[in-house]
Design a protein around this ligand. Sequence first.
Ligand code: AMP
Length: 125
Amino acid sequence: MTYTYDDQNIFARILRGEIPNKTVLETAHTLVFHDINPLAPVHVLVIPKGRYVCFDHFCAEASDAEIVDFHRVAAKVCAMTGVAPDRGDGFRAITNAGANGVQEVPHYHLHILGGRPMGRMVAKV
Ligand code: AMP
C-alpha cells in the first residue's frame, strides 16, 4: 500500500507520551482513551499502537497479533463501559477514512459511541 504515516499526528504524540490522554485500557498493541470532544455519554477511541493511517491500512498490513488484540480490546471496552448490547443498550462503532470519510486524525482509530440512541447511521443527502 502507498500510505505515508505522519509521525506528528496527535495520536502518535499521545502514544509517545507527549500529550496526556484519559486511558481506559492499554495492552501491548492497543490503547483505548476517552475522546476529548465526546459526542455521546460514552465516546472512546480504540487505536493500534502501530503506525497505521486508516482502517484498510490496518486490515491489510497489521500483524495477526495486532488485529486480534485490537478487536479483543474493543470488545472488552464495550463491556467495561456498559454499552455492549447483551447487558446494555448498544453502541455505534465508526471509523472514518480519508477525505470523504472526513478523517481528522491520520492514525487509525475506532470510535465507540453509546449511552444514548445514536440515530440513523448516515444522513441522506
Ligand atoms: P476522526 O474525525 O474520525 O479522525 O476523529 C478524530 C477524533 O479525535 C475526534 O472525535 C476528536 O475529538 C478526537 N481527538 C482529537 N484530539 C484528541 C485528543 N488529544 N485526545 C482525545 N481525543 C482527541
